[in-house]
Design a protein around this ligand. Structure first.
Ligand code: NAP
Length: 324
């Protein structure tokens, strides 16, 4: 695609996530360069571009996606705008990496898949947690049978939203949902990745119920996967910040806590018949890996770990939890 094997990215919606995660991740990419950005206000766009030495900046998404020097975009706008931005990028033949939660409902994700297929561009769902070393190690342990037959999985992901600077998060129309959409999307995808089993049933208690007027505060989910694997999940916007995953097998148990900080040491606690063992793994930068993975898929026509279809599967679960 490019002479120097580098994909030039434009970030649609250079907000908090782009500042904290994407821009630092681009410092270490091999096949990817941050070449453009859009914000709502041209002065803010210019200031941010100057701060990070980004050559292309605009307050119009159309200008970014139609720029000839941009090969791919990362859609990092609020979730309700993802559909519009993905379709616009596809129309201008740009490959798209779209952030989670992917859309307002599954129908929109299908539209994204169809538009990208029609335009001949690649679509990736931004489930960055699959690129975490400790997750990959956990998946390998589950898949290789080290824990015996998996019986039960549980997950928790929560934070105190009152201390969080993202204003749109509590607006149900813009956010498309509360902790289920924002945090749950990640864990639902990780369980799909680690267990690799189709979901048989899913039930939920969502309090207060998600509606077009307000988001939920907490959700408790009861799941069943094929081969009689059971699971429970809790997502919250009113607890101390923590994430955790536990896998119980017939011969062992694996516990992961706060595993998503890039470039930190993560502990996996493995309980087996031989006792308790702590495995320490250094997490590389998962954001760098995710971006370069997409660039490699574009440059060398490699398969994408989380294509649009992974996003669709995830969105369908979220829709079922919300009953929409
Ligand atoms: N995978 C992860 O680890 C991770 C982490 C955090 C966020 N995310 C996802 O990344 C996306 C962006 O999150 P963020 O925290 O970066 O959000 P953000 O800082 O609030 O804003 C992102 C962009 O959206 C624009 N924006 C903000 N509010 C808007 C509104 N009401 N209407 C239209 N545009 C608006 C901002 O414009 P200005 O630049 O002009 O302010 C900014 O460019 C979301 O989909 C989120 O779920 C993913």
């Amino acid at each position: 695609m490019t002479l120097d094997n580098i994909i030039n990215y434009g970030i649609i919606g250079f907000g908090r996530y782009a500042h904290r995660r994407l821009q630092p991740a681009f410092q270490k990419t091999k096949y990817s360069r941050l070449a453009g950005l859009s914000r709502r206000n041209i002065r803010s766009a210019e200031t941010t571009a100057g701060q990070y030495d980004v050559p292309i900046f605009t307050d119009k998404v159309k200008e970014l996606v139609s720029h000839p020097d941009i090969h791919a975009v990362i859609v990092a706008s609020p979730p309700a705008l993802h559909r519009e931005h993905v379709l616009l990028a596809a129309k201008h033949k740009k490959h798209v990496l779209v952030e989670k939660p992917i859309a307002s409902h599954a129908g929109e994700v299908q539209e994204m898949i169809d538009a990208c297929a029609k335009a001949g561009v690649k679509l990736m769902a931004g489930f960055v947690m699959r690129f975490i070393d400790a997750i990959r190690q956990s998946r390998e342990m589950v898949q290789s049978g080290k824990l015996g037959k998996i019986r039960y999985a549980s997950g928790h992901f929560g934070l105190d939203v009152s201390t969080f600077p993202r204003a749109w998060l509590s607006d149900p129309i813009i956010s498309t949902g509360g902790p289920v959409a924002d945090l749950g999307s990640h864990l639902l995808d990780l369980l799909d990745y680690v267990l690799e089993k189709p979901v048989v049933s899913i039930q939920s208690i969502v309090k207060p119920p998600y509606s077009q007027k307000s988001i939920e505060r907490d959700a408790a989910i009861l799941m069943e996967w094929e081969e009689n694997i059971l699971g429970t999940l809790h997502f919250s916007f009113d607890v101390i910040r923590e994430s955790g995953l536990i896998f119980h097998g017939a011969k062992g148990k694996l516990t992961l806590t706060d595993f998503n900080q890039p470039e930190t040491m993560i502990e996996i606690v493995w309980l087996s018949e031989k006792g308790r063992k702590t495995i320490r793994i250094f997490n590389q930068n998962q954001y760098t890996r995710m971006i370069d993975h997409f660039s490699e898929a574009i440059l060398f026509d490699k398969p994408i770990l989380t294509p649009g279809e992974t996003g669709l599967k995830n969105q369908m679960l979220i829709d079922r939890i919300y009953g929409r």
